[in-house]
Design a protein around this ligand. Structure first.
Ligand SMILES: Cc1cc2nc3c(=O)[nH]c(=O)nc-3n(C[C@H](O)[C@H](O)[C@H](O)COP(=O)(O)O)c2cc1C
Length: 174
């Protein structure tokens, strides 16, 4: 499989041996609007389609070779709408997960992201990477503490874009 870049455009696509040309798909849910900026930045950097999780249909997923799934972390896991989509992801599709979260300790974020990863892996869907950054916690009454205020920031957006580009490269190399 190879990736192709149309000259003069940022639009990158995956050419499969079968000849399909299918854009990556980024699926997100954002309860308080932090993760949406990350999802948009990722989609822009790899020319992916971008869809809100509860709007995704099986037709949107059919034939995809690379799908990214991300949301805020709520009650120590991704939003339920992402879990509900796992059964619709085509076998053979590579995936990555991403999040913004109130807690920043690596072990805690890994555990939270691990739940969605586990469900994907139970279906033998390959997870090729995970990424996260702090997100301003707007849950009442935590909002008054100003936890992670100003995040995601521009550095987070840049990191998210670099991560998505790496995911596309890994997908294209396999
Ligand atoms: C209802 C609610 C529950 C949350 N639960 C957690 C949690 O369990 N762990 C955590 O690290 N952050 C938690 N947070 C913080 C969010 O993960 C963080 O603010 C994230 O950036 C929100 O993303 P969003 O703006 O895209 O919805 C919670 C926030 C809300 C609003």
């Amino acid at each position: 499989m190879q990736i192709s870049r149309k000259v003069g455009q940022t639009d990158m696509q995956i050419n499969t041996p079968e000849g399909y040309i299918m854009k990556p798909l980024i699926i997100y849910f954002s309860r308080t609007q932090n993760t949406i900026s990350l999802a948009e930045a990722m989609a822009k950097s790899v020319g992916a389609d971008l869809l809100l999780a509860d709007k995704v249909t099986e037709a949107d997923l059919a034939g995809r070779r690379l799908v990214g799934l991300g949301s805020g972390i709520y009650w120590m896991k991704h939003h339920p709408s992402l879990f509900e989509l796992v059964d619709k992801i085509p076998v053979g599709c590579k995936t990555f997960v991403f999040a913004s979260s109130g807690f920043t300790a690596k072990a805690v974020v890994n555990m939270a992201q691990g739940r969605l990863k586990h469900k994907l892996q139970q279906r033998h869907i390959e997870v090729i990477g995970q990424w996260s950054c702090p997100g301003h916690d707007k849950m009442y009454p935590v909002v008054y503490l100003g936890l992670n205020k100003g995040r995601p920031n521009q550095q987070d957006i840049d990191d998210a874009q670099a991560f998505a580009s790496r995911m596309l490269l890994i997908c294209s190399e396999n």
